[in-house]
Design a protein around this ligand. Structure first.
Ligand code: MTE
Length: 402
């Protein structure tokens, strides 16, 4: 039984947690084939509970408040947000902190469910800079965090978390309140009618079905801020972490920026490559992303477990949006503000020609990415109790036939 009967869903999505709540990823090859922008139908979904129902007839009346350490706390409707603030449209990749957790669970069971490598998707988001709304509400001295809360009522209260106020005010961090993805109103699973989108950080900070923003002196005390989205030290077991709350309240272990990561879409894991008539090469392909607005600057592939590497070609489609913003403005009815030029908030695609003669009958193809600060994916896994931020070299095993 699901309370989400009002929500249309695509049968291609792979369910990771049974019927309810809805947590799905698309098949990796479909995700890759869709290209730079993921359609709302195939966009991964991470819901902690039931999807709030919103009536289309009154969607513009949706209200959210901004309160706490402010001179002018206020309540805004979606209509006011659209009418009174400058609109922006920007491409942003969202990634669940649990992306690739399945590999961690194979080593040792973590407390989370098994995402493959498709807990990541990209859309063109339309909305308003969060900084514009906060500036109008005039923060008081001492305000350091922006707490965000959704309308989904869960066993431990409403879903909520926080980010630092200075990130919210920084144009290079590009945090927005979005009501459209890829030019159409948000779908119910993705926060209809209004959500936060925090670029470069784990998806868990991008609160859906936004109802409340609160400026505070301390990070959020919401249950989901404390007991979710953390990388605890590796020796903490599921039992220990359950018994000792101190591990959870230590803000040092909270995850914000994404880690550098990559995955291979072609070939698929355990694919049999039929290479009888092949020309001597096979073109491997996949995605990569960096965290905190940092660009991936190289992707390397190895066929001999890291003894030698081949450099892949990288394509950043984001640059297309920088170059022809007028055309995109017409297409998506909003200003494409690439004023956030210094930072990069989307994934890139990589491709590389591999020599078939270099592959054994059964071969590992491993890939790693590096970002502009030279953060490189590690060889070894860092296991932790929530199984998050998994980013060692991504491995697919193939068998060569013919
Ligand atoms: N916001 C609310 N209100 N409730 C949620 O369950 N899940 C978070 C975040 N925002 C969540 C939420 C998590 S963990 C992720 S990864 C992203 O939403 C997923 O966004 P998506 O479902 O649009 O892909």
């Amino acid at each position: 039984k699901t309370p989400d009967r009002h929500v249309p869903r695509d049968p291609r999505l792979i369910r990771l947690t049974g019927i309810h709540p809805f947590n799905v990823e698309p098949p990796l090859s479909n995700l890759y084939d869709e290209g730079y922008l993921t359609s709302p139908e195939l966009f991964y979904v991470r819901n902690h509970g039931a999807v709030p129902e919103v009536d289309d007839a009154t969607i513009l009346d949706w209200e959210f408040s901004i309160e706490g350490l402010l001179e002018k706390p206020m309540t805004l409707t979606l209509k006011q947000l659209i009418d009174e603030y400058e609109q922006v449209t920007v491409p942003i990749t969202l990634v669940c902190a649990g992306n690739r957790r399945k590999e961690q669970n194979q080593v040792r069971k973590s407390k989370g469910f098994s995402w493959g490598a498709a807990g990541v998707s990209t859309a063109l988001w339309t909305g308003v800079a969060l900084s514009d709304v906060i500036r109008r509400a005039a923060p008081k001295r001492g305000a350091k965090y922006v707490c965000m809360e959704g309308a989904d009522k869960l066993p431990n209260g409403y879903y909520g978390t926080s980010v630092k106020l200075n990130w919210a005010m920084d144009p290079n961090r590009g945090i927005i309140l979005a009501y459209k993805m890829n030019g159409e109103l948000l779908r119910p699973d993705h926060g209809k009618p209004l959500r936060v989108v925090v670029p470069g950080q784990i998806g868990g900070r991008s609160v859906k079905w936004l109802k409340k923003l609160t400026l505070t002196a301390a990070p959020s005390d919401n249950w989901y801020h404390i007991y979710d989205n953390r990388v605890l030290p590796t020796m903490i077991s599921p039992e220990q972490s359950a018994n000792e709350p101190k591990w959870w309240t230590d803000e040092r272990y909270a995850i914000y920026d994404l880690s550098t990561n990559s995955a291979t879409a072609y070939p698929a894991h355990e694919e049999k490559l039929c290479l009888i008539n092949a020309t001597g090469t096979y073109r491997a392909k996949g995605y990569a992303y960096g965290g905190g607005g940092r660009r991936v600057t190289r992707v390397e592939v190895t066929l001999d477990k890291g003894m030698s590497w081949v450099l892949a070609d990288i394509r950043y489609h984001e640059d297309d949006y920088r170059d022809n913003s007028e055309e995109n403005e017409m297409l998506f009815g909003g200003k494409i503000d690439m004023g956030w030029r210094e930072t990069c908030f989307t994934w890139c695609f990589w491709e590389v020609e591999l020599k078939i003669e270099d592959m054994a009958i059964s071969s590992d193809i491993m890939v790693r990415a590096m970002d502009e600060s030279m953060n490189v994916q590690p060889r070894d896994m860092y296991w932790s109790v929530l199984g998050m931020m998994n980013n060692p070299w991504y491995r697919v095993t193939i068998t060569k036939e013919g």
